[in-house]
Write a protein that binds this ligand. Structure first.
Ligand code: GSH
Length: 230
């Protein structure tokens, strides 16, 4: 059984997509990051970096409990456990790993910062908006070029697509016109039709609407003083 520590955000969605794709049994433990639950001691034992997603697999290596944080690491773990959505051939496998790392090191942080400066920053900071949106557009161009050559990011549908789709799904958040990237648009439509993707992205979706955190949520999410809490 997989225990999924989760909140409905793009990084969160990646994991139920994979769990659904693999038909793995899982139980959801909401970590309400708007209320600061990511700082609670029990959760910090699972993710010392106080972020969702995280999992505990009660049937980990040697049948023992294992806890894992960082969405890319979780996706790789589940792909290795199930032998699904990552190819066996070393070179194709490396393609998937590269595009997975492209997401976790580039798409997530840059789209996230771009959205933050556009939607949440208390003041309009043109420098921050330009810096992150320019980089966001560059990343869309990189994906658009790749998706002009292959159907999915690393050839066949893989954990790299599962990691990237939830961020491209919310292009309104980083204010990107998807029509400017026709290959990304085609890929987004293909991936978005998969039942596991629909189910994964829909998990607990009603309880959070992006773009509208209240004062308490703002404090828990963006107040740097929270570093004192770790
Ligand atoms: N690199 C991490 C990023 C995870 C992340 O940023 N999670 C956000 C939600 S999307 C979070 O939990 N934020 C709470 C906080 O920073 O206090 C991953 O891919 O798992």
């Amino acid at each position: 059984m997989i225990k999924l520590y989760y909140w409905p955000t793009p990084n969160g969605h990646k994991i139920p997509i994979m769990l659904e794709e693999c038909s793995l049994e899982y139980e959801v433990f909401p970590v309400n990051m708007l209320k600061g639950e990511q700082f609670e001691d029990d959760f910090l034992k699972i993710n010392p970096n106080n972020k969702i997603p995280a999992i505990v697999d009660t049937d980990g290596p040697n049948g023992e409990n294992i806890s894992i944080f960082e969405s890319g690491a979780i996706l790789l773990y589940l792909a290795e456990k199930t032998k699904k959505f990552i190819p066996k051939s070393p070179s194709k496998r490396l393609d998937v790993i590269q595009w997975l790392f492209f997401q976790v090191a580039n798409v997530g942080p840059m789209f996230g910062q771009c959205g933050h400066f556009l939607q949440y920053a208390p003041k309009k900071v043109e420098y921050g908006i330009n810096r992150y949106q320019t980089e966001t557009k560059r990343l869309y161009r990189v994906m658009d070029k790749k998706l002009g050559d292959t159907q999915f990011l690393a050839g066949d549908y893989s954990i790299a697509d599962m990691a990237t789709y939830p961020w491209v799904k919310i292009n309104y958040f980083h204010e990107i016109d998807i029509d400017d990237y026709p290959n990304v648009k085609r890929w987004r439509e293909d991936v978005g039709l998969r039942p596991a993707v629909i189910k994964g992205c829909g998990l607990l979706e009603d309880i959070m609407k992006l773009g509208d955190p209240d004062d308490e949520a703002f404090k828990n999410l963006f107040d740097r003083q929270k570093e004192d809490r770790r």
